[in-house]
Design a protein around this ligand. Structure first.
Ligand code: C2E
Ligand code: MG
Ligand code: MG
Ligand code: MG
Length: 275
């Protein structure tokens, strides 16, 4: 048995992997510290109303500028925070900072919530306290959740009701990619569908993706949901969305995520003809 164990170990021992593990652990402790010291920051990405050609809201996106590693991608540190039980603290920090900034902005501010944060029983009270402390009207907060959360209706429904009783809005993020089940769209009282960039990015390149988008727009209109097309990178995509009757759009072609100073400047100088 010992020999078998040893063979097993030898076969699976990969020094590169143990390097990865150490790397993960040091990144994790750094993230822990960054959270404690408030070293994470927020960028904001504008959302455009296609009809009025105005910026009507922004999405808050967490940023981590590590003192020695430089910028660490949310694609790396968000899953790490989720695995290591740090995501609730992170999402609360983002919520608080986003509402602090909302005071200086017109329109709404959207905040991403991981499943653990959304299902945290203390969340509604925390949200209410922040809104109250900064004097932000509840409708100006949009909570972005993913289809994954809504796939557990028995758990999600009471939380959603409690949050919406506060008057905040709710968006389904990355719509069409994850655990899509159309039944939740009628079960829950949602405000926005954020269509994933996987679809938007193929406008002008794939008739099938365009057909899916057209279908989503019709579906959303019928259910009284507003659609935000994510990942608009090209003028042709923006034009297509306008012609198809899309209401809201977000993406690099409209504006990249940016710090508050740049955001204030962009909002000040925005003209309907800007994009
Ligand atoms: P998301 O919520 O779907 O956010 C949109 C992502 O797409 C952002 O990536 C944004 O920078 C990027 N993006 C925006 N426009 C374009 C475009 O035109 N083209 C392309 N290719 N990308 C575009 P980011 O900031 O790297 O965030 C990645 C994901 O990390 C987010 O996806 C969200 O799921 C998660 N995340 C970010 N901040 C938070 C947070 O505070 N809490 C939680 N729980 N998750 C967060
Ligand atoms: Mg989002
Ligand atoms: Mg998204
Ligand atoms: Mg996404």
């Amino acid at each position: 048995a010992q020999a078998r164990l040893e063979r097993h170990w030898v076969a699976h021992y990969d020094p590169r992997r143990s390097q990865d593990v150490r790397e993960q652990m040091s990144l994790e402790s750094d993230l822990h510290e960054a959270l404690e010291r408030g070293e994470l920051s927020l960028y904001f990405q504008p959302v455009l109303d296609l009809c009025r050609e105005q910026i009507v809201g922004v999405e808050a996106l967490a940023r981590w500028f590590h003192p020695t590693r430089g910028a660490v991608s949310p694609g790396v540190f968000i899953p790490l925070a989720e695995e290591r039980g740090l995501i609730r603290a992170l999402d609360r920090m983002v919520l608080e900072e986003a509402l602090r900034t909302a005071v200086t902005l017109p329109g709404w501010v959207a905040v991403n919530l991981s499943a653990q944060s959304f299902l945290d029983p203390g969340l509604p009270k925390f949200v209410w306290d922040c809104l109250d402390r900064f004097g932000v009207e509840p409708w100006r907060l949009v909570l972005e959740i993913t289809e994954r959360v809504l796939a557990l209706p028995a758990k999600a429904q009471p939380v959603l009701k409690e949050l919406q009783a506060l008057g905040v809005q709710v968006a389904v993020d990355d719509f069409g990619t994850g655990y899509s089940s159309l039944s939740y769209l009628r079960e829950f009282n949602l405000n926005y569908l954020k269509v994933d960039q996987a679809f938007t990015g193929r406008i002008g390149a794939s008739q099938k993706d365009e057909a899916v988008l057209e279908g989503i727009l019709i579906l959303a209109a019928g259910l009284g949901l507003r659609v935000i097309a994510e990942g608009v990178e090209k003028p042709i995509q923006l034009r297509w969305l306008k012609e198809a009757g899309g209401e809201l759009a977000q993406g690099y072609h409209i504006a990249r995520p940016m710090g508050t100073e740049a955001l204030h400047q962009l909002l000040e100088n925005w003209q309907p003809s800007s994009r």
